[in-house]
Design a binder for this molecule. Sequence first.
Ligand code: PAF
Length: 291
Amino acid sequence: MKILPEPNRSASQTSTVVQLRNWRRGISADKVIGLVPTMGALHEGHRSLIRRAREQCDLVALTIFVNPTQFAPDEDFSTYPRTHEQDLEIARAENVDLVYLANTEELYPAGFATLIDLPALSQRLCGISRPHFFAGVSLIVLKLFHLFEPDKTYFGEKDYQQLVIIEQMTRDLDLDVEIVRCPIVREPDGLALSSRNVNLSAAAREDAQVLSRSLFLARQRWQAGEVIATHLREEALRSYGTEVDLDYLEVLDRDSLEPLVYIQPERGAVICVAANVGGVRLIDNIVLEPH
Ligand code: PAF
């Protein structure tokens, strides 16, 4: 497994971006390259993305970078879990070909001024309490797409809004990469895996179950034939007491993320939720499959 920057070469000798481009240029055009962008603190959810990439691609590249532009000054950038050694072990075990440990100075040098904005999709849901977030995500993802020129790239459905925004950006900018959606991986009690889960106290970990429980209940009603979105929303909201600080819970169109009143059975919908649980922001969602 190749790690960039190369551990024994200081970044000033040859920039990591140059090392990365050299690696990329050395790969013949008939090889399929899969990219798995992450912020590290790898868990089973990330492993499922890497495995899917491994199945579908000749070469798998993993990036690990806690991207500062997607955090506001009052958010958890400094406490976001960083577990580099463990992450590298996981990458080795999953047979990753290249790990790129990006660094802020190189990706955002002094004078960096570009913004990527998809206002219609990014100013709702998580974008209301985190107005800077999706601009930061879109920017880093676009940069990584340019650096790696991957054939396929892998994102988890847990970050549903992020996924829809990346798909939209990819279409709008004619980026020649296939976005592969990978299903949410859950703990046995339903909690969606997230790097932030390690920051939950024991009590908050218990409370956090309410997110997935509420979504499963609403899905049951959908499967039983309910098509009025407000009824499904009320069903889900009934699960919540005061243990979590709910940010939003919405029944939405799967593509436009517009809130729905009535769900067309042949289109289905998605229910997205975000909450602050014991000081940790968690998100989850469930797709209501068409029937
Ligand atoms: O989902 C994440 O881990 C991050 O938002 C991403 C896509 C790696 C961009 O920093």
